[in-house]
Design a protein around this ligand. Structure first.
Ligand code: GLP
Length: 266
């Protein structure tokens, strides 16, 4: 696991946008598949990528993208439906074809159809994937996607029940906490681990404890993000506040300052 402690959230956005740009430019003639997350943490990255697209630094016309998770029970026009949200804030500003965005089709839900939605989504992942570059945020309780504490480390795309802490954290996007859905569909931890390169971004003190458990704690279902310790290529990009509970920050900074010339920067 590569730990990059930036000087500020803005610098984190630049670093992660550059990782995306390199991946997209390196995959002009081959499969180019992104994994996208919602939440506030990656928003600055999306804004920076939109800016670079507008300055003709890259195109998304050959890109496919998979959305990580989705709320259940929201009306099709709800602004917090993740498939709608990611179009509004990111995809609609790019030249990526609309049909290249893939997500759990929850608005086609009829009673009893959830497992079909999940298997269809996993099938699509197998057809179009694997995901070459996946961006993740992290919940204050250590969730990734919507894999709450207790999630099986090998889990696949499925329905999950949100924890009270996540519903409280996400209430800021809804009129009230009661309006936050109780159920969601999310890629499982086993599904996420199949992405080739995972970049996790976090900012602020409220993420410091989850970040320390993920990087330096034991691998445990109590901190689902800790499963990333098993993955061969994870880059964690955090600001000084999110890094503030780490024991080995000076070593991570030393590693970054002493990269051999031949090695990829991230
Ligand atoms: C949400 C999303 C996650 C996100 C996390 C943190 O519930 N399902 O993908 O990483 O919680 O959100 P934020 O970045 O807004 O703190």
């Amino acid at each position: 696991m590569e730990v990059v402690i930036s000087s500020s959230p803005t610098e984190s956005y630049q670093i992660v946008a550059s990782i995306f740009q390199s991946y997209i430019l390196d995959h002009l003639d081959e499969k180019c598949v992104l994994g996208l997350a919602t939440g506030s943490s990656p928003q600055g990255v999306y804004d920076e990528l939109i800016r670079r697209f507008q300055f003709n630094e890259l195109s998304f016309s050959h890109v496919n993208a998979f959305l990580l998770d989705e709320y259940l029970g929201l009306p099709p026009d709800h602004p917090q439906l993740y498939a709608r949200y990611i179009r509004d804030v990111f995809i609609s500003h790019l030249d990526m074809p609309n049909q290249n965005l893939h997500y759990p089709q929850v608005t086609q839900l009829n009673t009893g159809d959830i497992s079909t939605i999940c298997t269809d989504y996993e099938k699509k992942l197998r057809q179009i994937g694997p995901i070459g570059l996946q961006i993740l945020g992290i919940g204050s309780n250590g969730h990734i996607g919507f894999n709450e504490p207790g999630s099986s480390l090998g889990s696949r795309t499925r329905i999950k029940t949100l924890s009270p802490i996540t519903r409280t954290d996400n209430a800021r996007f809804f009129s009230s906490e009661q309006d936050v859905p109780v159920h969601v569909i999310t890629q499982g931890l086993g599904t996420i681990l199949e992405s080739q390169h995972i970049v996790l971004i976090a900012q602020g003190k409220q993420k410091a404890s989850a970040i320390a458990q993920m990087i330096e704690g034991p691998v445990t279902i109590n901190c689902p993000a800790s499963v990333l310790q098993f993955h061969p290529h994870v880059t964690v990009v955090i600001d000084p506040e999110a890094a503030s509970f780490l024991s080995n920050s000076s070593y991570y900074q030393f590693v970054q300052a002493n990269k051999p010339d031949w090695q990829d920067k991230y």
